[in-house]
Write a protein that binds this ligand. Sequence first.
Ligand code: UGY
Ligand code: MN
Length: 244
Amino acid sequence: MHNLGHTRSAYRSDHMLQTPDTFVRTPLPGMRGCAAIIHASPAIGAAFTQYTAELEHGGTLGLTSAQRFVYVLSGAADLSTDTSFQSLTAGSYAYIPADLPHTLTAQGIARLAVIEKTYQQLEGVAAPSMFTGKEADAQSSELMGDPDLQVRGLLPDQPGFDFAVNTMTYQPGASLSMVEIHIMEHGLLMLEGGGIYRLGDAWYPVTAGDFIWMAPFCPQWFGALGKHPAKYLIYKDWNRHPLG
Ligand code: UGY
Ligand code: MN
């Protein structure tokens, strides 16, 4: 199928919208029975890497010395270390600290959102340990007093963490109350529904399956459209001084 060179995808100096029609799969070192769709990496100017891993039954992720966050988009995967074993199902997630040997193995076909970031130690503060959770169990709170815009923090609010991953759920018609311009960069995966995303000086229709990267200080705003809630998974660097 061709569409005469048209796509909603866009790549600008301060943002990228990557829609599924433009996804290209690639292997990463150490992966078995698995392909990665790389969304963000230092190649685009990001200080983190984010990819979607598509695994066959028994497929595994490769190794990393960076800290890793994994969110199960569909299917199931087993996370094991020398001392632990956990089964993760859709909506479950895991935080794995830097340099912790582990394996992630798909049980059936699975899709994982994977975020990796070199850990930035904070003097006098212990690095976090591994943990797992379920998005549905994470505490939900209103953003700026709007009950129609709920934020769930998936990582504990502790200074040891140098990044945050949240889900944001907008009821139809709900929107960010302001255009944000901030130093944190974002990796954003649309999980459900859709709407209009303002990025820089452009407005994009977006829908489930799309990925967005926002550079530091990229003007950003979102309004949800349609009859169902819009929900996204969003990464940001967090808890560290701009001078490092
Ligand atoms: O956490 C955030 O900065 C979030 N409100 N940004 C966004 O949704 N684009
Ligand atoms: Mn933001």
